[in-house]
Design a binder for this molecule. Sequence first.
Ligand code: NAP
Length: 251
Amino acid sequence: MPRFSDRVVLITGAGSGLGRAAAVEMAGEGGAIAVVDIDRPSAEETVGLITREGGNAVAIEADVSSSTSVQAMVAAAVGHFGRIDVLVNNAGVVGELKPLHEVSEESWDFVQSVDMKGVFLCSKYVIPIMLEQGRGVIVNIASVSGFLASKTGVEYTAAKHGVTGLTKQTAYDYGHQGIRAVGIGPGVIETPLTAEWTCEGGPFHELTMEAPAGRYGRPEDVARLVAFLASDDADFMHGHTIPIDGGSIIR
Ligand code: NAP
């Protein structure tokens, strides 16, 4: 039986990149997908990719950094599918990629509000549904920048370290109530977010090519890990953020 045939999966930032790939992957395994994005047309495009293959999905426009928008998102998903079994907190942005003293307060606030507060808000308003159901899985997309400093900038590194902590605390607080929380720490993956990085001479090129995999990641690489961690196959995995980086941070 497909691993998500009886599951409703809500994925934020699913109009592009990793979120879209995860949506397609889990729909292919039978999941009903709430495709959330701040940009409705891109969410609808993802829904089109899924329904063309016979899958089940609905597009929901929401800004994860806004409490009212997130509450409306949860109401829309539950209104449409009746439940939420898996939440993938994927929506994210990067900052100015400058040294700390040159980073604007606007960029700091913007990145924290999407990358960190967005994970908090979506979890805050989905967890009551999961508690009522007696089960649920939350997969938080952090980054290797949630483990170490790099060229991704202070706003992003701080936010992603926050996400790894938030994941541990969520697992700790809710594991005994049937909710499993885990994280993923991707290295550089080829998506619109990193389009300017994944070229020769890009800030991570040498690190990536010297790593054991010797290539940038593909959204599908991460999507398969999202699906595994969200499935019952990962039943004993709680609170950790799993790197998927072609081995780029092993040294
Ligand atoms: P992406 O291609 O830019 O996709 C992110 C999606 O999230 C976009 O559709 C974006 O919409 C949407 N979004 C942005 N702000 C939002 C908000 N406030 N509310 C709802 N949706 C919002 O990026 P990606 O590379 O797939 O990244 C996905 C996640 O993986 C992020 O959390 C990122 O930090 C993480 N990650 C990525 C990499 C990588 O190398 N790609 C590595 C490590 C971690 P707009 O395009 O309209 O803004």
